[in-house]
Design a binder for this molecule. Structure first.
Ligand code: ZN
Length: 347
């Protein structure tokens, strides 16, 4: 192909992406009576007990909200309900062929690492697995709009950082972070995004998607000895902080302080995506780190302080961490953010 032909093809792709973003119903006007906390009861994945075969608590999202309600800092009627991402929305980053590959239950079962899902008719997989994920994707995308308006937003789900435009894996079927950022570029007048990925695992999905995009700066703090061991994607991390198996709270938080100091000197963001996985918790069989519940609250507080003191809009995604104890730890951390006046949960 000549370079003129290839550049016109790139222009066409960019124009198509833009028009899909501009015509999407995912951004809608949220009334001021709502708080920028996004959740839908359809986030939770549960059917025939099959979810029990996975080491994950696949209904942690609803449990986080129930804890917040019990703590008295959240009222269900003030929560923002997102719109499900449609095929047109997903095509903003994914290819037709990738989305088509999800019509195979076997494929989905491999991405989410639940082998029995391969035996189910695809219509059931769509309804019980992919629909909840698409709702969460809608939540992550809408979170950016809310954060731009209110300063912050929390999607109680999302954070599927192992999925790139062409490849899912590690329980991540859709690239919600990449989608969210492309929507923000087009609709929110945002041009410099910092991803702060503090899930225990390396965020290889967004790293592949923004490999050559200078508008996105990636700070990734992860355990280098566990999944996904994606050495190509590691080359695209702008600030890499490795935390080895067994790392305890104090050492972890010191490393985070230092990383945020360095990141600030190297990049001046107008938007922050905070991927707040809780699989760094002590006892998590996948993350293999030893961070205490209070350590998680301090970590989240540091990131919120970093963004809020500089008036940079941020979104938080809950990402990985599916032990039975995770939901309570996340809820406690949100309560702490509210107590420290880093977020305002009153409508
Ligand atoms: Zn993880």
């Amino acid at each position: 192909m000549s370079s003129a032909a290839s550049s016109s093809k790139t222009d066409d792709a960019a124009a198509l992406r833009r028009s899909r973003i501009l015509s999407s119903p995912l951004y809608y006007d949220v009334p001021p009576s709502k708080v920028p906390l996004i959740y839908s009861s359809s986030y939770d994945i549960a059917f025939f007990g099959i979810e029990k075969l996975h080491p994950f608590d696949s209904s942690k999202w609803g449990r986080i909200c129930r804890f917040l309600t019990k703590e008295g800092i959240m009222d269900q009627k003030h929560v923002v309900e997102p719109v499900e991402a449609t095929k047109d929305d997903l095509l903003v980053v994914h290819s037709e062929s990738y989305l088509k590959s999800l019509n195979s239950s076997l494929n989905v079962s491999m991405i989410i690492e639940v082998p029995p899902v391969a035996m189910l008719p695809n219509c059931l997989v769509q309804k019980k697995v992919l629909h909840p994920f698409r709702k969460q994707v809608g939540g992550t995308i809408l979170a950016a709009k809310l954060a731009k308006e209110r300063g912050w937003a929390i999607n109680v789900g999302g954070g599927f950082h192992h999925c790139s435009s062409e490849k899912g894996g590690g329980f991540c079927v859709y690239a919600d972070i990449s989608l969210c950022i492309h929507f923000a570029f087009v609709r929110l007048n945002i041009s410099r995004v910092m991803i702060i990925d503090l899930d225990a695992h390396q965020g290889n999905g967004h790293e592949m998607d923004f490999s050559d995009d200078r508008r996105v700066f990636i700070l990734d703090m992860y355990n280098p000895g566990i999944y996904p061991l994606d050495f190509e994607a590691r080359r695209y991390i702008d600030l890499r902080v490795e935390v080895k198996s067994g790392t305890a709270t104090d050492e972890y938080l010191t490393k985070l302080d230092h990383a945020l100091e360095v990141a600030e000197k190297r990049f001046d963001p107008d938007f922050i995506v905070y991927n707040a996985g809780t699989d760094i918790l002590d006892g998590d069989p996948l993350g293999r780190l030893k961070i205490s519940p209070d350590g998680i609250a301090s970590r989240d507080e540091k990131v919120f302080r970093f963004a809020r003191e500089r008036s940079i809009p941020l979104i938080m995604l809950t990402s990985g961490g599916y032990m039975k104890s995770s939901a309570k730890v996340i809820a406690d951390s949100i309560v702490n953010l509210s107590n420290k006046s880093l977020i305002d949960m009153k409508s």
